[in-house]
Design a protein around this ligand. Structure first.
Ligand code: ZN
Length: 439
């Protein structure tokens, strides 16, 4: 997507949410002068020759203020990959550079780092860093002290480097982990992006037992634990709305075995009733019933609704649901609770599923609002995040979020704290990190 399109997209968002690049955020200045310490004595640094690859064993990211710790045998947590900084800060722009020079602009300053030495230049003025920066075939590693010296909101602590103010209570309290390959709120599940049996069936609760006040059309419905909290809040508010009719939950989690059973029954039906051969029966069944692993209901994050009007008509899952009081309320309000209408009209070419007025998917805030306001479906929204890399979002309510798309190439060395609002494998080659930024 070119810059112009990107700007237009952003203009669309500004209808309701304010999207700003991180450079626009007013982050607190730490105000302290950096005092160089003897981390790497100068003579050792300047004599250092870049040999082989610089490889980081891991990158940890944690807390609301985006706190970093990188692991490298020689340089501890001093080296930060420039590509990742670009994602988190979005005002780091890498310029043309060779093996000897890493050249980029940040905070309106032009910085040239001499690869493998402690020398660097800010707008032509020579300075000395605490250690060398490196460049290899795929990545530029910037010494953290350079950023700390040149950017007001970057500071060093015992925990690593902070990319903004960290509230006391957001310091790491739980284990950091990779999240790669795990089913999450932003996991894409469609005909092209299936999930394996082993990844399904986790973090589920029994809706009937946990939320007995919900109106369910059958017993023992299972649903994602976090999505269920939002579901309960949403249907509570609906019930309190004047002139509202009862909204029923018709279908939630489906196990792999259940989907497999549905699929096989359909194939058998085509073979016995229509006399199709196995290949034709399999193809035809796949058009009606989702192939096991490709139904969103297997995630525990998808839910089908119906309303009293539809129940009275004996039509549970029909397009007319949109025109009922309950269906219309959901279209208007679901995004405030983290849900999206997953298969809207005129999107079949992208989603592979015809319009379904009853099928909602939990993606969480602020993604649901961004998807609704931007006119996206999950597929195009993930593409958009991949394209912009990082976003800072402020909702009308004043809540601020930071969203970062991390490519799979880096995703397997990134470890993220549980406390992030959500960290989700997209199932298409990346991770989406969502952070709530506390004021
Ligand atoms: Zn459904």
């Amino acid at each position: 997507m070119n810059r112009k399109n990107r700007m237009r997209r952003k203009a669309i968002f500004s209808l309701m949410v304010l999207v700003m690049v991180l450079s626009g955020c007013s982050l607190p200045s730490n105000g302290e002068e950096l005092v160089p310490e003897e981390l790497h004595p100068d003579d050792e640094i300047t004599a250092l020759v870049l040999e082989g690859d610089v490889q980081l064993q891991g990158i940890e990211v944690f807390g609301a203020g985006t706190h970093w710790m990188t692991h490298h045998e020689t340089y501890g947590h001093e080296l930060l990959p420039l590509s990742l900084l670009t994602l988190f800060l979005q005002d780091v722009e890498e310029k043309a550079s060779g093996r000897e020079l890493i050249s980029f602009s940040i905070a309106d300053k032009m910085i040239d780092l001499e690869v493998g030495t402690a020398q660097y230049y800010v707008d032509g003025e020579q300075k000395t860093a605490l250690g060398p920066s490196f460049k290899n075939e795929v990545e530029s590693y910037v010494h953290a002290s350079v950023l700390q010296q040149e950017m007001e909101h970057v500071s060093a602590t015992n925990e690593g480097y902070s990319m903004g103010e960290i509230p006391e209570d957001s310091m790491p309290t739980s284990a950091l982990r990779s999240f790669l390959g795990e089913l999450g709120h932003m996991t894409l599940i469609n005909k092209m992006h299936g999930v394996e049996r082993e990844k399904t069936g986790q973090h589920l609760i029994n809706l009937n037992e946990t939320y007995p006040q919900l109106k369910l059309t059958k017993n023992d419905m299972l649903f994602n634990e976090q999505a269920a909290v939002a579901l309960q809040e949403m249907l509570d508010e609906a019930a309190d709305t004047e002139g509202m009719e009862t909204i029923y939950v018709v279908s939630t989690y489906r196990s792999f075995d259940y989907q497999q059973g549905l699929y096989e029954r359909k194939i058998n039906q085509y073979r016995t009733q229509f006399g199709y051969d196995e290949e034709t029966a399999t193809i035809e069944a796949g058009r009606i019933v989702a192939i096991p692993g490709t139904s969103e209901h297997q995630s525990g994050l998808a839910v089908d609704f119906t309303s009293q009007t539809m129940m009275n008509r004996g039509q549970v899952l029909e397009q007319d649901f949109l025109e009922t009081v309950g269906g219309a309320w959901l279209v208007e309000n679901a995004a405030r609770f983290g849900f999206i209408l997953r298969y809207p009209s005129d999107t079949e070419e992208i989603t592979g599923i015809m319009e379904e007025a009853w099928h909602y998917r939990y993606v969480g805030l602020p993604h649901s609002l961004l998807i609704q306001e931007g006119g996206f479906v999950l597929e195009t929204y993930i593409d958009y995040l991949k394209d912009v890399g990082a976003l800072a979002v402020q909702l009308d309510s004043g809540e601020r979020y930071r969203i970062v798309y991390v490519d799979a190439a880096l995703a397997d060395v990134i470890f993220v704290e549980d406390a992030f609002i959500s960290v989700s494998d997209t199932n298409e080659g990346g991770l989406i990190l969502t952070m709530r930024i506390d004021q």
